[in-house]
Design a protein around this ligand. Structure first.
Ligand code: CTP
Length: 397
């Protein structure tokens, strides 16, 4: 992690800490200007590893420190990255430990620019950004907002959590789903009764969002079709909002054409009000009788309407069951023409709807079954995506 001289360094300390907590080994290189704002000791204390400065460049500790750092890393993340450091990178200058390391680096480079509005918008900086992007350097931000100067505009460093999202996206690029298009649905659909009321379910969207995150970690191009949720979509996911079963169905049909996989994690309504009242239903008119009708079944529609050639190569469904889990899921696997079904026991208190963990059984068409013990939704997602990757590989043979 390179740290350069911007007041956004106060966020860089938090970023180094979050990266370390997430399991990364973070070696920090501070530029001389960064050292004016913050001490290497801050980073050493947060990462438990040495933080380097230009002193080490000229010290005798390591023969070719910059080459060593640049070669050993999986990612060089520069946050905050000043206009000056961007210029050095664009020109290939190598006159301090960070710029030499960047020039010698064999890993991807991700920068999170931080500078005042006028500086970011200046044609010189914009030209540097263009050149660096063209060379394959990755950018995280900047965002629009209030600057230390009081001005409003582009140049603010994005938040550490978002930078980590970009780092995951870049690190995943060469993963086992690189180049694969995966459509994922998430959340509980909403069926309108009138302009203010709707029928929905207990789905939080957590399993679908975890699938999107894990797919991005593996390099997939992710379309996340989501009902409204309280969650933040992972960086790199193409988000499409869809409320009702009908909207979900349209979005899935449009996005699935030519996709490698479709994962239907959304809890979609089976029934919807036959008529949606145009105006709010008033109490004075008495208790309404709401007649329901069948909502479109998205998976059945995919199987029946999409031409075989344009259908996703792998289709994965979920089965929310409160009894006869395996028998019911096996029936859905068959009737919905799936390659894999993830059966979910929703009667358990510690797993399923709106909690962090899941306990699922995977079923395949040949009768193969895999019962997974309780684990986080993210770990469940990783296993499902690994199975999808194997299925795709088998098809390619
Ligand atoms: N599903 C769908 N369209 C619907 C309802 C469900 O595509 N209108 C999908 C879900 O996304 C899930 C799978 O079908 O991947 C199974 O959903 P589930 O609710 O378990 O089963 P249903 O088919 O709705 O059957 P039942 O409610 O009778 O258990």
């Amino acid at each position: 992690m390179g740290v350069t001289g911007s007041i956004a360094v106060y966020k860089a300390a938090d970023l180094a800490s979050k990266l370390t907590q997430a399991g990364a080994h973070v070696d920090v290189i501070l530029t001389a200007a960064a050292e004016r704002f913050i001490s290497p000791l801050t980073f050493q204390s947060l990462t438990g590893r040495k933080a380097y400065t230009d002193k080490e460049l000229w010290g005798g500790e390591s023969h070719v420190l910059h080459v060593g750092l640049g070669h050993a890393a999986d990612l060089l993340l520069v946050a905050p990255c000043t206009a000056n450091t961007l210029t050095k990178f664009a020109q290939g200058q190598a006159n301090d430990l960070l710029s030499i390391t960047a020039l010698a680096a064999q890993c991807p480079i991700l920068v999170a620019p931080a500078m005042d509005v006028g500086m970011y918008e200046h044609p010189a900086t914009q030209e540097n950004v263009r050149v660096l992007k063209e060379r394959g350097l990755h950018f995280a931000g900047p965002a629009e907002g209030r600057m230390a100067s009081g001005l409003l505009g582009f140049g603010r460093m994005i938040e550490p959590a978002e930078i980590i999202g970009h780092a995951r996206r870049v690190l995943g690029m060469r993963g086992k789903l690189a180049g694969k298009k995966i459509v994922i649905t998430a959340g509980g659909s909403r069926e309108a009764i009138d302009p203010v009321r709707f029928i929905t379910n207990r789905s939080s969207g957590k399993q679908g969002y975890a699938l999107a995150e894990a797919a991005i970690d593996m390099g997939a191009d992710v379309r996340l079709i989501s009902a409204p949720t309280a969650l933040t979509p992972p960086i790199g996911a193409n988000l499409l909002l869809a409320e009702s079963a009908e909207e979900m169905c349209e979005a899935v049909l449009a996005e699935s054409a030519g996709a490698d996989a479709l994962i239907m994690a959304a809890a979609i309504a089976d029934f919807r009000p036959e008529k949606v009242a145009e105006k709010k239903i008033k109490k004075r008119d008495g208790v309404p009788q709401i007649r329901l009708e069948a909502a479109p079944d998205v998976l059945l529609t995919v199987a029946s309407q999409m031409a075989r050639a344009s259908r996703p190569r792998v289709v994965v469904g979920f089965a929310a069951e409160s009894r006869d889990l395996v028998a019911n899921a096996a029936e859905k696997l068959k009737s919905k023409n799936l390659d894999l079904i993830v059966a979910n026991d929703i009667s358990a208190k510690d797993a399923g709807f709106d909690v962090e963990n899941n306990r699922v059984t995977l079923l395949m068409p040949e009768g193969e079954q895999e019962k997974l013990s309780l684990r986080s939704k993210f770990e469940v997602a990783e296993i499902i995506l690994s199975r999808i990757s194997s299925l795709l590989k088998k098809m390619e043979k």
